[in-house]
Design a protein around this ligand. Structure first.
Ligand SMILES: Cc1cc2nc3c(=O)[nH]c(=O)nc-3n(C[C@H](O)[C@H](O)[C@H](O)COP(=O)(O)O)c2cc1C
Ligand code: SF4
Ligand code: FES
Length: 559
């Protein structure tokens, strides 16, 4: 596998020297341009020698709200006199630690809730050649979770029962009756997805778990993998048996070292107990499961890009159709689901469809894990009934707004969902309710903005994320997201004109209509939502060259 070879070279040399790539090409018979194309695509690989200390600050939504810009600024200032060969301070996209913002990565070690003094001390430790300390394990102790159908009893009960009954159609019927929809963002009905894969006549099929989780604010899969790894492994194994897939691949973002360790342990345990392997519990039925560590990038979470990465290629989304259910990994039928979707399956099978449906509120079914970060007192991941009003999550579970301030806006699911105003805080957290007000449940990545935040600044931050993460395959997304960033940056510097408004509308339409994947299609959402809900504030920037909250740098430019 090309990524293993590249990782081995990088771990030996600290980067990928040109002569080593030539040697790899010679030995493996892979054209050099292909090796180079892959190495160049993923942020994890370095084609030139990196500085001794790489300090990267996450500046995405939640970290932006918690002072990442100032942190980065002071670190740049502090290490300005030093050679680039020693220390470089840069940016990194969301590290999946949004509830511990601001987060930083130093030589691939990740730290949460970092102050300037702590970051500086860590840089000096690395410069001095000492080992960097590991981040202390999180102290979250969730207690008994309602999503776990095995409180103190033998686990893997759904799988144990299924290898006896072999009622594959019954599983699909129960998933359909439960209303379980994909919890990775798109909300596609899971029972229907598995049924399509099951009906495909190909002898080789795959099950893939999408644990890439890289959108700012999204931290719930991290929590599930840490606290309920057995439900994920069981859900994937059941998917394999039901769809007729022999192999499962759990695609995990490389920054989740703790979760990697926990999952490795769980998978090893299952092989030992006969719950995985070629003869599950003596039934003659087989399913193999392995971890695949992502070489990085938000776009890898798009299902077809993820499949390309599994195949050792650049993670560029495919044109669809065909969809992965028909042509997925190595063009074989593939049941690809999110971590939480798989983890829901054992609950439904053990506790029953009626139990599952009755967990939800206001007509919604099931339980949901949501992450909440930004301007709240108690950020973290919470298990809630699907359909719980947003106000309950913000004011009760997350302890309300920091500093006793008022709520100004919230993103129900990171940049893709756009921002909603405080007046809509009673919206229920379910697919239908959020879609009805022009937003989405997405992956349940709530990011909260207190009064005093500038919504243009927040929209620009979110559009920058999409610009940074665009894979560049289609021109509208590659150029359009950059153009949008340029225009919004101009507005924050008092350079807006009426013509920009027309241009923004055209760009939005072009992105929506011509991008081939969701990243480009949703790149306009943060801006469109603030134009809808905070128009006066945006117009003040564009027409009066004034930031009502005094956040944007325009006054410095015009001073
Ligand atoms: C740019 C982009 C990033 C995505 N990232 C993720 C991700 O990290 N995890 C995830 O489960 N789905 C992600 N998705 C959605 C997947 O493409 C896919 O719909 C999902 O994994 C299917 O699983 P589900 O049906 O269980 O939700 C992303 C989509 C796009 C367009
Ligand atoms: S829309 Fe953007 S991220 Fe998606 S394939 Fe096109 S360029 Fe890549
Ligand atoms: S870790 Fe910074 S936004 Fe997620």
């Amino acid at each position: 596998m090309i990524f293993d070879d590249l990782r081995a070279i990088q771990s030996q040399y600290g980067y990928l020297p040109a002569e080593q790539l030539q040697e790899l090409s010679r030995v493996s018979g892979t054209p050099l341009y292909r090796i180079h194309g892959v190495a160049d695509f993923f942020p994890h690989f370095h084609l030139s020698r990196p500085p001794k200390v790489r300090m990267n600050v996450c500046t995405d939504m939640s970290c932006h709200l918690l002072g990442a810009g100032d942190l980065k600024g002071s670190l740049e200032q502090r290490f300005r006199g030093m050679s680039d060969k020693d220390v470089k301070v840069g940016d990194v996209s969301c590290l999946g630690q949004c509830d511990g913002a601001p987060a930083v990565s130093i030589n691939d070690h990740i730290y949460r809730s970092v102050t300037t003094a702590q970051a500086e001390a860590l840089v000096l430790t690395a410069l001095g050649g000492s080992e960097l300390p590991e981040m202390p394990p999180s102290d979250e102790k969730p207690g008994q979770l309602a999503s776990d159908p095995y409180p103190g009893v033998e686990r893997y009960g759904a799988l144990r029962g299924l290898v006896v009954t072999r009622d594959w159609d019954g599983v699909i019927a129960k998933l359909k009756a439960s209303g379980l929809s994909g919890l990775g963002g798109a909300g596609f009905p899971t029972g229907m997805k598995w049924e399509i894969v099951r009906k495909e006549r190909e002898p080789i099929k795959y099950v893939v778990c999408n644990a890439d989780e890289s959108e700012p604010g999204t931290i719930k899969d991290r929590f599930i993998m840490q606290h309920l790894p057995h439900l994920l492994v069981e859900g994937m194994t059941i998917a394999g048996l039901v769809t007729g897939a022999q192999k499962g691949i759990l695609y995990l973002r490389h920054e989740y070292g703790l979760q990697e360790h926990i999952l490795e342990h769980e998978i090893r345990h299952c092989y030992k107990e006969g719950l995985l392997g070629e003869n599950i519990l003596g039934s003659g039925l087989g399913f193999e499961l392995e971890l695949f560590i992502s070489p990085g990038g938000y776009i890898c979470g798009e299902e077809s890009a993820l499949i390309e990465a599994i195949e050792g290629k650049r993670a560029e989304p495919r044109n669809k159709p065909p969809f992965p259910v028909v042509q997925g990994v190595f063009h074989k039928p593939t049941a690809l689901n999110n971590v939480e979707t798989f983890a829901n399956v054992p609950q439904i099978l053990v506790n029953g469809v009626d139990w599952y449906k009755s967990r939800g509120l206001g007509g919604a079914a099931g339980l949901k894990f949501v992450g909440i970060s930004g301007d709240v007192r108690n950020p973290g991941v919470f298990e809630i009934p699907m359909g719980l009003p947003m106000s309950e999550v913000i004011y009760n579970l997350a302890g309300g707004i920091v500093g006793g301030k008022k709520l100004k806006a919230f993103a129900p699911s990171g940049p893709s969902s756009g921002y909603l105003p405080a007046s809509q805080v009673e919206v229920r957290l379910d697919f239908k309710s959020l879609a009805a007000i022009g937003s989405m449940l997405g992956s349940g990545a709530i990011v909260v903005c207190a009064e005093g935040r500038c919504m243009l600044d927040m929209a620009l931050n979110a559009v920058k994320f999409f610009r940074n993460e665009s894979c560049g395959k289609c021109v509208p997304c590659r150029m359009g997201s950059q153009k949008m960033v340029d225009i919004l940056t101009g507005w924050t510097h008092g350079k807006g004109t009426a013509a920009d408004m027309v241009l923004i509308d055209d760009l939005t339409e072009a992105l929506k209509l011509t991008s081939i994947c969701g990243l480009g299609q949703f790149a306009h959402s943060p801006l469109s939502s603030v134009l809808l809900h905070f128009r006066d504030e945006i117009e003040a920037h564009v027409y009066s060259h004034r930031c009502p909250e005094g956040v944007c740098p325009m006054r410095e430019v015009y001073a």
